[in-house]
Design a binder for this molecule. Structure first.
Ligand SMILES: Cc1ncc(COP(=O)(O)O)c(C=O)c1O
Length: 387
């Protein structure tokens, strides 16, 4: 299978690999948990510390750095910067959005799926105290959800449809656009959680048409914990006023007005307090690097690596639970004891992770065919743990 790798794909990982020192130590295929640390992200953390040593307080730079992150994120998902709130986590973005919704009128339903990351389900269920009714669309046994199931669930009482692009447990990808169109035809907003795809799957937010997109920068965006984002489409933002807020969400951050609430006119209204500043430095560097590497090129490269991985797992009689026609950057392999499997692979120098009975293997731009060979060999060594 190695020989089937295209030259462009080989070039991608070989040209950047040396920038990620972790590969001197382990075979790292766990980008669905955290992207590998690059030299430029490490340097950015240093830059933050050096600035403190040199100048003391750096407020001016900090705001500039947040706007830099906003601009880079906007470029990556093809929107305008004023449509992007830079938050401290994906959860913070969803919670701010939820706080802006009213569930008391005719539209009180939240339609979501059982492929969501827990934080999303938890935030929607927390709104039940405010009158929300949360409806879960269940996935089929093959981890797909046909459009008809959304059509049955979304009605004229639905306020928002909240879906995930790639399931964190099994790697299944939803066909987003038909769901967005269906929800809009029934008058509902749509939120898409792209955290398990952004940076690895090309995304044009305007073309997708969702009202809101949430994600974070820790995984395929090569950043750091402490920075998430909420894209809010310009024409939907104006009518939504978050009640979970803070001074960074105000129209003028430095107005210092204690007597009123005057939210920013754009997506910044979904921000809250002082950002995670060291992380902003790191994330700006990670986003710059990921933009230079290219999401489209990465998508193709990872697709080839996953073909190699899938055939390796199939050959040893394992079960890939990620549907082949609906896969993203991560493959999930069924295990009898996923924790034992992850630990066994770690001893063999292969870093993966697990969720829900599956071992998750998630290559990124920096991985190569030799890494996948090493993963397949290690999986095979401990194949008694395959389910
Ligand atoms: C799909 C998805 N959504 C949301 C989250 C939660 O992100 P945060 O911890 O930034 O709120 C994660 C974290 O792994 C995730 O994978």
């Amino acid at each position: 299978m190695t020989t089937e790798m295209t030259n462009s794909s080989l070039d991608l990982s070989s040209s950047i690999r040396s920038r990620f020192p972790v590969f001197d130590n382990v075979v790292y295929v766990n980008s669905c948990s955290q992207g590998a640390l690059s030299d430029s992200v490490r340097n950015a953390y240093d830059e933050y510390l050096q600035g403190l040593e040199r100048e003391g307080s750096l407020w001016g730079h900090w705001i500039e750095r947040q706007d830099r992150v906003r601009g880079l994120l906007a470029g990556l998902i093809n929107v305008i910067p004023t449509e992007v709130a830079v938050t401290t986590s994906a959860s913070a973005g969803v919670a701010a959005l939820a706080s802006a919704l009213e569930f008391s009128g005719g539209r009180h339903k939240v339609v979501t799926t059982d492929l969501e990351f827990p934080t999303v389900g938890q935030i929607w269920h927390a709104q039940e105290r405010r009158g929300a009714e949360v409806v879960h669309v269940r996935a089929n046994a093959d981890n797909t959800i046909p459009l008809e199931l959304f059509a049955e669930a979304i009605d004229d009482e639905t306020l928002i449809v909240s879906i995930t692009q790639v399931c964190f447990r099994n790697g299944a990808v939803l066909d987003l656009k038909p769901i967005v169109e269906l929800a809009h035809s029934r008058g509902a907003y749509v939120l898409v959680d792209v955290y398990q795809g952004v940076g690895a799957i090309p995304l044009d937010a305007h073309d997708l048409g969702a009202d809101f997109i949430v994600g974070g920068c820790l995984k395929y965006l090569l950043g750091s914990p402490g920075v998430g984002f909420l894209y809010a489409r310009a024409d939907t933002t104006a009518s939504l006023v978050p009640t979970s807020t803070g001074w960074f969400g105000a129209r003028d951050i430095f107005a210092m007005d204690i007597n009123s609430y005057d939210p920013a006119i754009d997506a910044r209204r979904f921000e809250s307090g002082t950002p995670a500043v060291p992380s902003l430095y790191a994330v700006a560097a990670g986003l710059r690097l990921m933009s230079d590497i290219g999401v489209e090129q990465t998508h193709q490269h990872v697709g080839e690596l996953l073909r190699q991985l899938r055939s390796g797992v199939n050959d040893m009689g394992g079960t890939v639970v990620t549907p082949e026609h609906r896969q993203g950057p991560m493959l999930a392999v069924a295990a009898t004891d996923e924790h034992a499997y992850v630990a066994a692979l770690e001893k063999d120098g292969v870093v993966v992770s697990s969720r829900d009975g599956n071992v998750r293997i998630s290559p990124h731009c920096y991985n190569n065919a030799a890494d996948i060979d090493a993963v397949v060999t290690a999986l095979h060594t401990h194949r008694q743990l395959l389910r």
